[in-house]
Design a protein around this ligand. Structure first.
Ligand code: Q46
Ligand code: ZN
Ligand code: ZN
Length: 282
């Protein structure tokens, strides 16, 4: 099929329009730019690289928009996975002319291999270390490669686990709070689905790791993601509408969330001691 905007061969069908490589790149950057413009993002951005396709796509798109970036990688010390991913993140940084900063989780005395629920520990540790890195490196924002598929999956997973009082992570932008050493968070890929990010990384020849985290196999979210994509296949656009609803819902709910300063490390916490410090103590 021909591109809906020129005479070239199309490579992607999105919401009833066909895109060639060039116009797909324009579409993708347009979606990312809409987030950057809407929230007036201006200043240094710490970009979390995981070695995977999404963070590679996120980094490349922000780089293409000429934003000021500081890429970093958190090495989780997962055998047959973390080092391979770090290598890809390094390759990507070399290609684009950046120096990659690396944070080692085991320097904090945490080992995922010893945890009953490694993903839960991993999530807490990554959120904490991303914020700490950005704060200490004087970045105004932390950008992650979470895309539309991740956002909806995460929201449904919260609903499925009756985690409605802790219903966070549904918005493309979360304001920072200087007094709690909390740096603003952005999800530049908020409007883009898994396969669009994959295509963007692929056509721009970005290095990314094919390896899956060995702990991901048992993740309940995989089934939820499949199910969401199945519904989207039958009703294109439903994921975008869901994201808008979850975003609104979180806005309505977050009014009375109490933030504290962690008594141990001084970063933001919902209790006296933050989750990261509790994990370290254990
Ligand atoms: S949470 Fe779990 Fe992922 Fe961490 S332990 Fe691996 S699968 S990497 S996004
Ligand atoms: Zn075209
Ligand atoms: Zn703490």
């Amino acid at each position: 099929m021909k591109c809906s905007y020129c005479s070239k061969e199309g490579i992607a069908d999105i919401y009833g329009k066909c895109y060639c490589e060039e116009h797909f790149n324009k579409y993708f950057l347009g979606r990312v730019r809409s987030i950057i413009d809407k929230f007036g993002i201006d200043g240094r951005i710490a970009v979390a690289l995981s070695g995977g396709k999404d963070s590679a796509a996120c980094f490349y798109a922000l780089h293409s928009l000429n934003l000021e970036l500081q890429p970093f990688y958190i090495n989780l010390d997962i055998p047959d996975y973390s080092n391979a991913c770090q290598k890809k993140a390094e390759e990507l940084c070399n290609l684009l002319g950046y120096k990659l900063e690396v944070i080692e989780l085991n320097e904090y005395g945490i080992s995922l291999a010893k945890k009953k629920k490694p993903c839960s520990t991993c999530g807490t540790a990554k959120r904490y270390l991303m914020n700490k890195f950005a704060y200490e490196n004087e970045c105004k924002y932390v950008a992650t490669g979470h895309n539309l598929s991740d956002v909806i999956t995460f929201a449904f997973n919260n609903l499925a686990n009756v985690n409605i009082l802790n219903f966070r992570g549904n918005k493309p932008y979360l304001e920072g709070k200087e007094e709690y050493k909390m740096v603003a968070k952005i999800k530049p890929l908020y409007w883009l689905k898994d396969k669009e990010c994959m295509l963007y990384a692929y056509i721009n020849k970005l290095p990314y790791a094919d390896e899956e985290c060995p702990y991901a196999i048992n993740a309940p979210t995989l089934k939820i993601k499949e199910w969401i994509h199945e519904i989207e296949g039958k009703q294109p656009g439903i994921m975008v509408n869901m994201a808008k609803s979850f975003w609104k819902l979180e806005d309505l709910m977050s009014r009375d969330i109490n933030l504290n300063k962690c008594k141990k490390c001084g970063y933001a916490s919902y209790g006296n001691i933050c989750k990261f410090c509790k994990i370290r103590k254990r």
